[in-house]
Design a protein around this ligand. Structure first.
Ligand code: GA4
Length: 326
């Protein structure tokens, strides 16, 4: 039996984490109190884990095995699906402005019609079908969670957030990441044992739904600036509040800063649905949430404007700062 040890950086971050080791909020979507717990988790962490999510495990395992098949192809084959500008296969390079990570990935758009990139490995139809089944089920769950948020915030209509993802023009993205095991010697940079799989950032969209295999690596940033390692759980989903939801709630919900560290022994595979609004959608705090003459913290922008600015930024940048009211 192989006994896995945590990468050194992860152990360090655990020690650095506040003495209380806050637990990641766990939300059982089948329970009636979930709407209040969702709101609390979005306010405190911008992050939570969901169980009883209703996504068939068969959809998850089928997509995972298609993803593994794809990432096992020779690089020359995978590169036929690249470069990821804006969609396709990418290797180590992230975005357009020099960010790098110990990761290879497929970035796909989920707009109607069949997803995606023209070339999808050896059996593209099987891969496409697994993607369609998985994305439809995860999108449905994301919309249910957004409706719980509206209920928990006591705002109406309850589809005030979910309609943005359900819109035919919703600009949502899907990402498959593969973090190969990273050799120990490659992890030591400037004497610090650490290798970044995917550098720290917040997601620009409304909501992100992440599922990974059982390899650790994901960390979220806490209010005090420390990093909390998120124990992997392949049967659950992790939900991130994105920048746009932070704006829609006038800062009440926090978009969560997160990163992924490379693992020296096991490869990590993750699949993330990023639910975004239509490009023309105006993003501003919802009037129904602005009680007692509360001032808007943000200037109004369209999702197109925010996305354009995001793609000009570096991964770790605070992208909302340019849209704050002074
Ligand atoms: C972060 C969330 C999604 O993965 C993503 C990323 C995008 C990319 O990988 O191309 C970005 C990043 C993400 C935010 C800032 C820009 C754009 C890389 C980058 C440096 C697909 C997205 O929508 O924004």
């Amino acid at each position: 039996m192989v006994v896995l040890s945590k990468p050194a950086i992860e152990q360090c971050s655990y020690m650095k984490t506040s003495a209380l080791f806050p637990a990641i909020p766990l939300i059982d979507l089948s329970k009636p109190d979930s709407k209040l717990l969702v709101v609390k988790a979005c306010e405190e962490f911008g992050f939570f884990k969901v169980i009883n999510h209703g996504v068939p495990l068969e959809f998850i395992s089928r997509l995972e095995s298609e993803a593994i098949k794809f990432f096992s192809l020779p690089v020359s084959e995978k590169e036929k699906s690249g470069p990821p500008n804006p969609f396709g296969y990418g290797n180590k390079s992230i975005g357009l402005n020099g960010d790098v990570g110990w990761v290879e990935y497929l970035l796909l758009n989920t707009n109607q019609g069949s997803p995606f990139v023209s070339c999808l490995g050896k059996n593209p139809e099987k891969f496409r079908c697994a993607l369609n089944d998985y994305i439809s089920a995860v999108k449905k769950m994301a919309c249910e969670i957004l409706e719980l948020m509206a209920d928990g915030l006591k705002i109406q209509p309850r589809n005030v957030f979910s309609k943005l993802l359900k819109d035919e023009q919703s600009d949502s993205v899907f990402r498959l990441n593969h973090y190969p095991p990273c050799p120990e010697n490659a992890q030591v940079l400037n004497g610090i044992t650490n290798l970044i799989g995917f550098g720290e950032h917040t997601d620009p969209q409304i909501i992100s739904v992440l599922r990974s295999n059982n390899t650790s690596g994901l960390q979220i940033s806490l209010r005090d600036g420390s990093w909390l390692s998120v124990p992997p759980d392949q049967n659950s989903f992790f939900i991130n509040v994105g920048d746009s939801l932070q704006v829609l709630t006038n800062g009440r919900f926090k978009s969560v800063r997160h990163r992924v560290l490379a693992n020296s022994l096991k490869s990590r595979v993750s699949m993330i649905y990023f639910g975004g609004p239509p490009l023309s959608e105006k993003i501003a705090p919802l009037p129904s949430l602005m009680k007692n003459h509360e001032q808007s913290l943000y200037k109004e922008f369209t999702w197109f404007e925010y996305k354009r600015s995001a793609y000009r930024s570096r991964l770790a940048d605070n992208r909302l700062i340019n849209f704050e009211r002074i």
